[in-house]
Design a protein around this ligand. Structure first.
Ligand code: BGC
Length: 376
């Protein structure tokens, strides 16, 4: 009797100790990242889970500045391109790790008509508008609320005023980044408006699963569960057609090296994108979560799976990175990172046959994306 009592006590103490360990190893902490103006300071939050994954996010642009993932030997390394200081983000960043809005991707000639009224947007990617304009959501200060728990999260909110960057309606936006215990980062987006507007939110993280941006992403292998993509013009505006990937360098229905066909400029679409800079189409209504993409890096064994409720993903193979400063006078390598931006189709406000991106008062915009890491 005594023995069994002692045994029960031992089990109880061990379980309590385990529990303590589990609840103390994940965390969210806050530090100052830098000054934006006399009255505005950007903070940086470090989210850690019990497995050891660490994600740093600043409320300037909702930018993920670093993100570690384990290789097949359990070594955690940064798989996300970025800078270690605010000034470099303000000066040179090609949207590294940032939240993109109000409208991700391009709108042709920076113009669209909604309910009979034509709106003019900033042309920041001649002749088009790109990623929300001159001062998109990647360059504004979000209000941050850390959420502690087994799966630490950071809630970011922002009010985009009526007329900001030319878009109609006061848009209230909320994005929650959650670091899960199984090494995934979940992004949940919500928005409401007081006037009809257009919206297409995403995140612009650049991944390099080798953990070293001195390597290119050309030997990463990618599988994209889509049999259609959107061909584009020479200024990267969709032609309006949905084209079969079959028989083209855009067919990743079977896992294939990114570098295998990326320079095949006999394909006019590869030529237009300078490599891959296109939207793959998964479904046309985009409501429920589905598994879209698997990215694998053979030397480290890292695997990343992308799931989303969005109907498309812009796969951008970092073709223009060579013009982006890294440190001092050093530049990033061409294709040192790749983006998998979950979204609605580019230029939707001008293309009636694309799924709508219009948000009206009394409606709620909702979107979720998960990037989950594992090894092979
Ligand atoms: C676009 C590219 C652009 C890059 C950085 C991507 O989302 O598709 O064309 O160069 O963002 O601005």
């Amino acid at each position: 009797m005594k023995k069994s009592l002692l045994f029960c006590l031992f089990i109880f103490i061990s379980l309590t100790a385990c529990d303590k360990k589990a609840t103390t190893s994940q965390s969210i902490t806050k530090e100052v990242f830098g000054k934006i103006s006399e009255s505005e300071t950007a903070d940086i939050f470090t989210l850690k889970n019990a497995a050891g994954m660490e994600v740093k996010i600043t409320n300037y642009g909702g930018i993920i500045t670093s993100w570690t993932a384990p290789d097949r030997n359990g070594k955690y390394e940064n798989i996300n391109l970025g800078y270690d200081n605010l000034a470099d983000y303000q000066k040179s960043s090609p949207y590294f790790g940032a939240l993109i809005g109000r409208f991700g991707n391009r709108i042709a000639n920076g113009k669209f008509t909604l309910d009979g009224k034509t709106y003019s947007l900033a042309i920041n990617n001649k002749p088009n508008t790109l990623h929300g304009g001159k001062k998109g959501f990647d360059k504004v200060l979000w209000t941050a609320t850390p959420i502690e728990g087994e799966e630490p999260a950071l809630k970011l909110t922002y009010l985009s005023k009526d007329g900001e960057e030319g878009y109609p309606g006061n848009l209230t936006v909320e994005v929650v980044y959650t670091l899960t215990k199984d090494n995934a980062l979940k992004m949940d987006y919500k928005a409401t408006t007081d006037k009809a507007t257009v919206i297409n939110l995403t995140n612009h993280a650049y991944f390099n699963l080798t953990g070293n941006p001195d390597n290119t992403i050309l030997d990463h292998e990618i599988m994209i569960h889509a049999d259609k993509y959107l061909p584009v013009s020479s200024t990267l505006i969709p032609t309006g057609k949905l084209e079969d990937v079959k028989g083209t360098p855009f067919d990743f229905t079977k896992s294939e090296k990114i570098g295998a066909r990326i320079n095949d400029t006999t394909n006019v679409q590869i030529k237009n994108g300078g490599g891959y800079d296109h939207c793959w189409v998964f479904s046309e209504n985009g409501q429920k979560m589905q598994s879209l993409i698997t990215l694998y890096e053979p030397t480290s064994g890292r695997v990343m799976e992308v799931q989303s409720s969005e109907p498309a993903v812009q796969f951008y193979s970092g073709n223009f990175l060579v013009t982006t400063p890294k440190k001092g006078t050093e530049m990033f390598k061409k294709r040192a990172g790749l983006c998998l931006e979950t979204q609605h189709f580019p230029d939707s406000p001008n293309q009636a046959n694309f799924p709508t991106t219009v948000l009206r008062p009394n409606e709620e915009y909702k979107s979720s994306t998960v990037y989950r890491f594992g090894i092979r």
